[in-house]
Design a binder for this molecule. Structure first.
Ligand code: NAP
Length: 550
């Protein structure tokens, strides 16, 4: 086992590692989040030479960068953790139902220590580009520091919610106060005491941050463009008995999660939303509200497909907002309308709606009165100036494609991925893309990805890739590449599945609607984690149908 870099507390900075020079290895993995760390471990265990490049100076991926107050996972910690090692899942103890960001970093540090991953990671090294050489069937991977590595396989574990996005408001750079983005939060603690704070954005990050900042700040102004549905998280410490029981049945629970729709071990109610009597339906909504988190999405099997039933669910939640928020005007402004329940990523928060009952919190509807500019001393909506000491951008990410296209990847014939995906991402199985042999895109568009428990999905992708590389090795093959026809069919299938649901009706980041000019394509695969994994396994079992192996 290798020691983690000396003197470094969990999740804190490691010294930048020496840049490599011209090495020839089997695989380069990019990104040290959940997916990249497991890829490093699995491929090394299988006897491949691997180097993992991480742009920052610490592991964790999104959990390294999203350090904003209140950052916490909204999937239960017992589920949102690696399942590949019985020892690890038995040894580690989560303290809360929903793990906080610092606890997730401690967990990943524990895993990296336990598996001796540190010496496989080159920190402080951003991959700038990669070129595929058809003669050698290898990738030449270039770092921003100018070093190169030649690798047979390139595995992008760069995450799909990792390219933070700040809207291009006029005057942004003029702001004289403190400015932060939730997705690039600094390590130092920020004190909001006595300050006038503005938050732009009310997605999952804003919803978690707003109640905490409200308790500290002198005044908090929330600039909201689209109200979203927020469930009460109902977070709580985990009882020892609960943990003991869960750990005793971990194997079955993981198996259930891998076969499920969303990658969790708690099943979806199989009943159809309109097939039950009104009283029963409302009682089920009430139970789901009380149990908290994202469970409302699984209240009925077709809640994301049946328009009428979905609207009843939306009305139920609207009623809760009206009950909680005292000022009717504010309640109405917070009430989501115009898109089906759950089709913009559902939020989970603690005391979110209650926060608007505080005297120091104000909500500004920037759909009605858009943000016109950022000034030296605040923010202007229409004619009104809002003076601010601190401005927090909780404005999200260039989701699903941003981190893949952030690296200048060039496949056969020097064709850039950016050019190939100019009208939207094209993948086969959400893992590979035609014209780019030996390139694997983990949890990419066309896979369940963000519609699932990401840890389960990352593990499934890594296992599939590792098995594939082993197949190539055993058969003396140098490359694997998706066939264009198979890719076309897959993309059509992904769209077909999405069109069976209400998802495409919302202007969400699932369709790229949050980034001006981004092609509107529904990106994740909604067919379910279990169904998807089975398809991937069938492709492998049939000798990699849809791929060309050379
Ligand atoms: P987000 O869901 O994309 O929310 C961004 C917010 O900023 C939205 O309210 C958006 O409004 C607003 N916004 C964007 N551009 C704007 C503009 N030009 N003017 C005014 N408002 C603007 O981003 P996020 O909250 O960071 O969350 C992203 C995803 O990360 C989540 O959906 C979730 O999958 C994941 N996440 C998970 C957790 C968790 O596990 N608890 C926590 C944080 C994040 P519009 O809706 O109108 O675009």
């Amino acid at each position: 086992m290798t020691d983690r870099p000396a003197g470094r507390p969990p999740g804190e900075a490691a010294a930048p590692s020496a840049e490599p020079g011209g090495e020839r290895i089997d695989a380069v993995v990019v990104g040290a989040g959940f997916a990249g760390l497991y890829a490093l471990h699995r491929l090394r265990t299988d006897g491949f030479s691997v180097r993992l490049f991480e742009a920052s100076d610490a592991i964790g991926g999104v959990w390294n960068h999203n350090r904003y107050p209140g950052a916490r996972c909204d999937i239960e910690s017992m589920d949102y953790s690696y399942g590949f090692s019985e020892e690890i899942q038995q040894e580690w103890n989560w303290s809360e139902r929903y793990a906080s960001q610092p606890e997730i970093l401690r967990y990943l540090t524990f895993v990296a220590d336990r598996l001796g991953l540190w010496d496989g990671i080159t920190f402080g090294t951003r991959v700038a580009g990669a070129d595929f050489d058809e003669d050698t069937a290898r990738w030449t991977v270039r770092t921003e520091g100018g070093a190169t590595v030649h690798a047979r396989y390139l595995i992008m574990a760069t995450g799909v919610l990792s390219t933070a996005r700040t809207p291009d408001f006029p005057g942004r750079e003029r702001f004289g106060g403190e400015a932060y983005h939730t997705g690039r939060w600094p390590r130092s603690e920020i004190d909001f005491t006595g300050k006038r704070v503005g938050v732009i954005g009310t997605g999952s990050s804003g919803v978690q941050l707003i109640p905490i900042v409200a308790r500290q700040a002198a005044e908090l102004t929330v600039f909201q463009r689209t109200p979203n549905f927020t469930m009460p998280a109902q977070n709580a410490p985990l009882a020892p008995d609960f943990v003991r029981e869960w750990k005793a049945t971990y194997a079955e629970r993981r198996a259930l999660a891998r076969r499920s729709g969303f990658g969790h071990s708690q099943p979806t109610n199989p009943a159809r939303v309109m097939a039950v009597p009104d009283r029963e339906r409302t009682a089920e909504f009430e139970r789901r509200w009380e149990s908290g988190g994202l469970y409302m999405l699984r209240a009925f099997s077709d809640i994301l497909k049946d328009e009428e039933g979905n609207e009843l669910c939306a009305e139920f939640v609207r009623g809760k907002i009206a009950e909680i928020v005292r000022d009717p005007k504010t309640a109405e402004a917070l009430t989501p309308r115009g898109f089906p329940f759950g089709t913009k990523r559902l939020c989970s928060g603690t005391g979110y709606y209650e926060t608007y009952n505080r005297g120091n919190v104000r909500l500004v509807d920037v759909r009605r009165t858009p943000i016109t500019e950022i000034t030296e001393t605040g923010l202007r909506t229409g004619e009104q100036e809002h003076p601010l000491d601190v401005l927090i951008y909780a404005t999200g990410f260039d989701a699903m494609t941003g981190s893949f296209l952030g690296v200048d990847i060039r496949g056969s014939g020097g064709r850039p991925l950016r050019e190939k995906w100019a009208s939207g991402p094209l993948t086969y199985l959400g893992l590979t893309t035609a014209g780019f042999p030996n390139l694997f895109l983990l949890t990419a568009p066309g896979s369940p990805s963000v519609l699932s428990n990401m840890v389960i999905s990352a593990e499934q992708h890594v296992n599939w890739v590792a098995d594939c590389l082993d197949h190539l090795r055993r058969h003396g093959l140098r490359s694997i590449e998706a066939r264009a026809q198979a890719e076309l069919h897959w993309v059509a299938h992904v769209n077909e599945k999405a069109d069976e649901t209400l998802y495409p009706r919302a202007d969400s980041w699932y369709v790229g609607a949050n980034v001006p000019g981004k092609p509107r394509v529904f990106m994740p695969y909604v067919g379910g984690v279990g169904v998807y994994a089975q398809k991937c396994d069938e492709v492998a079992a049939t000798g990699y149908e849809g791929f060309e192996l050379r």
